[in-house]
Ligand binder design. Structure first.
Ligand code: FES
Length: 279
């Protein structure tokens, strides 16, 4: 993070909610970085940013449209973009980051030029999506939430895409691809690799890593955010977080409604238990 000050002596790290070492405050409205590609892009997008913000009664309503704007030009929503969005909508970095992390259509890390998202929900599974997904993973040589080593293709298994009548289906760069078969998957991958696929590639300004997986809970969040579902597995094969969440809710409801009864019973049992424990 820059430590420069501007002409008025304002510290450059003045984005609300930013902290040294948080990796989020690369961009600052108070520090010029001549030649930096993001700053060049930012200058170019400034009129569009202004138009987007002006559409809304409240600036913060422009948060998601701005995230889409930056993703369209960078291929993902970079930490610089998060800082710029926070500045323009008047929110903290944490508020922007948490909003962006909620939506799986917004990428927080670089992804491939093609993002293949195959539906793993009910109608698609009944029509053979599990076999199609296994076939696609094999053809790509990668797993769920991974990107091929050449940075060309990212693969993800997603929830219902609302095209259940054309199951099994997928989205490629958010465009629908219906009625998947082994043959159509082969043809799709071959065309993408040959650069002849009908769907255009995404912009790619940074080389993607092996995965764009969100880091698991670090335990540094507030107590209220702990033990929530894994953001990488929004339900589906092998994901038990939804079930755990359900159990938690049911357990809580049951506990609350029966707490008095339980309290009485446990109080009555306690002497017996401790008595047994001593003999
Ligand atoms: S279940 Fe696949 S689109 Fe609805």
């Amino acid at each position: 993070m820059s430590t420069q000050t501007d002409a008025a002596g304002v510290h450059s790290a003045a984005i609300p909610g930013s902290a040294a070492g948080d990796g989020l405050a690369g961009w600052s409205p108070f520090a010029q970085r001549p030649g930096d590609p993001f700053d060049t892009l930012y200058a170019q997008l400034l009129p569009e940013i202004g138009r987007i913000i002006a559409q809304y009664e409240e600036k913060r309503s422009g948060l998601i449209p701005l995230a889409h704007l930056f993703q369209e030009h960078e291929g993902y929503v970079s930490p610089n973009a998060v800082a710029a969005i926070a500045y323009h909508v008047g929110e903290t970095l944490a508020a922007v980051e948490s909003t962006i992390s909620f939506y799986t259509l917004l990428f927080r890390k670089p992804v491939g030029k093609y993002v293949i998202q195959i539906c793993r929900n009910l109608s698609c599974m009944l029509n053979g999506a599990d076999e199609i997904m296994a076939y696609a993973r094999q053809g790509l040589g990668i797993a769920h939430l991974e990107t091929t080593a050449d940075g060309l293709i990212s693969y993800e298994e997603v929830e219902c895409l609302a095209a259940c009548d054309r199951a099994p289906c997928a989205q490629v760069n958010l465009e629908f691809v219906y009625d998947l078969t082994r043959e159509s998957v082969d043809a799709m991958l071959a065309a993408i690799r040959a650069g002849t696929y009908e769907i255009k590639p995404l912009v790619q300004t940074a080389k993607p890593g092996r995965t764009w997986k969100v880091e698991p809970d670090t335990g540094r969040k507030s107590a209220g955010a702990l033990n929530q579902s894994n953001p990488n597995n929004a339900g589906g094969i092998g994901d038990t977080s939804g079930v755990q969440m359900f159990d938690l809710i049911v357990g809580k409801v049951q506990y609350e409604s029966r707490s008095n009864e339980r309290l009485v019973r446990e109080t009555q049992l306690r002497p017996e238990i401790s008595g047994n424990g001593h003999h």
